[in-house]
Ligand binder design. Structure first.
Ligand SMILES: [Zn+2]
Ligand SMILES: [Zn+2]
Length: 376
């Protein structure tokens, strides 16, 4: 057999095998060989509503004022920040990429305004409020500061920390001191911050950042009349950085006269915020107290044994915030955890005032919110 004859025999066998397989597949799938869509796998973009009632006469706006994208050292494109914030129930965010230096990524052009400009159309689509901002990033002992409500982030950049902050303030920015505990070598000295405070260049401070809580900064914020904020400082994906199956993402609850950028700004200027991180609530007594009373509703006492003055009362939590209640008497005692969107019935003895220590709500370093209410 010649080499040519041998090859043509092999070719005939391959062709006949192909014919057998193609007729077999026609038998199985019919003539339709296009893919069959398994629509049960498709997932629409769905928002997880975070239930926090309004604190009358204000609207409760769920905000995160600190996060990064590929335009600094984050890992996501700016529009994804908006989508994940919308999906996880927020109403407003600020993308705050580090301002110093050029965009330090190969293949990437743009400037300090690019992340805002790329995210804005998506924010408009979802009805999210997007605040233009940037993180002024200076070495110790200066620290990091978010300039929020900027008009042009590029104009902030300056080697000198004080000048950079001044450039932001000249644009009407709100200045937030970020992760104050990061500055470990100068902890509790606050020299640079004192200089900013004297000039009126410091307006808010993070009392939580990512999963860090700085309880002692609460007292410092109160002493210096600063707005308390708590933010994610996201670099990666929110699903990768927080246990969303157990807790909502960290957020600053802002009590605004209207749900708008201007409304948020006015509320921040007037310090109407409460920080919610994991199952902790932290802020000024006035707003933590008003938030608690908007979330927790007490029913009327139902007398079960008039002779012994025994009865019961229903307590309902109409929010996604869990509340840990320690009843200090005289008519109710004991400790209870009121889970998100749930009710409980507790025993009463008599009628009248009851004192409650809310042990997961903090108003000063080491001091819980105390509530006094009347039960009838
Ligand atoms: Zn930082
Ligand atoms: Zn940051």
């Amino acid at each position: 057999m010649t080499k040519v004859q041998k090859n043509s025999g092999l070719l005939r066998r391959i062709v006949s095998l192909f014919l057998v397989f193609s007729s077999l597949s026609l038998l199985i799938y019919g003539e339709n060989v296009s893919p069959i869509p398994l629509t049960q796998l498709d997932r629409p973009i769905v928002r997880d509503e975070v239930v926090v009632p309004h604190v009358e006469p204000f609207i409760t706006v769920k905000c995160d004022f600190h996060m990064h994208t590929v335009f600094s050292d984050g890992y996501v494109w700016p529009d994804l920040r908006v989508i994940e914030a919308w999906v996880t129930g927020l109403d407003a965010i600020a993308i705050t990429d580090h301002i110093e230096g050029p965009v330090n990524r190969p293949f990437l052009t743009g400037d300090d305004n690019s992340s805002y400009e790329l995210a804005k159309p998506v924010a408009d689509y979802y009805g999210m409020i997007l605040i233009r901002g940037g993180e002024i990033t200076k070495k110790e002992p200066y620290g990091h500061y978010n300039a929020l409500f900027l008009k042009d982030v590029n104009l902030v950049d300056n080697e000198d920390p004080f000048t950079a902050i001044e450039n932001a303030v000249k644009q009407g920015a709100f200045i937030q001191w970020n992760h104050p505990d990061w500055n470990s070598s100068t902890r509790n000295q606050f020299e640079f911050q004192k200089k900013l405070l004297e000039k009126g260049y410091l307006h808010g401070v993070e009392i939580t950042n990512r999963s860090d809580w700085y309880p002692y900064v609460v007292d410092w914020a109160l002493e210096n009349n600063l707005t308390m904020m708590g933010n994610s400082d996201l670099h990666g994906l929110v699903v990768g950085e927080f246990q969303l199956d157990k807790y909502k993402r960290p957020m600053t609850l802002v009590f605004a006269s209207e749900k708008s950028e201007q409304g948020i700004r006015e509320a921040l200027d007037n310090k109407r915020t409460v920080v919610w991180i994991a199952d902790l609530i932290n802020g000024r007594e006035e707003w933590v107290s008003k938030l608690f009373l908007s979330c927790v509703q007490f029913g009327k006492i139902k007398v079960t044994n008039p002779e012994k003055k025994e009865g019961q009362v229903r307590i309902e939590n109409v929010s996604d915030i869990p509340w840990s209640l320690k009843f200090l008497g005289p008519i109710v005692t004991g400790s209870y955890r009121l889970e998100p969107c749930s009710s409980m019935v507790v025993k009463t003895k008599g009628q009248g005032g009851v004192k409650i220590s809310v042990t997961n709500a903090w108003i000063k370093t080491g001091i819980n919110l105390q509530i006094e209410t009347n039960l009838e």
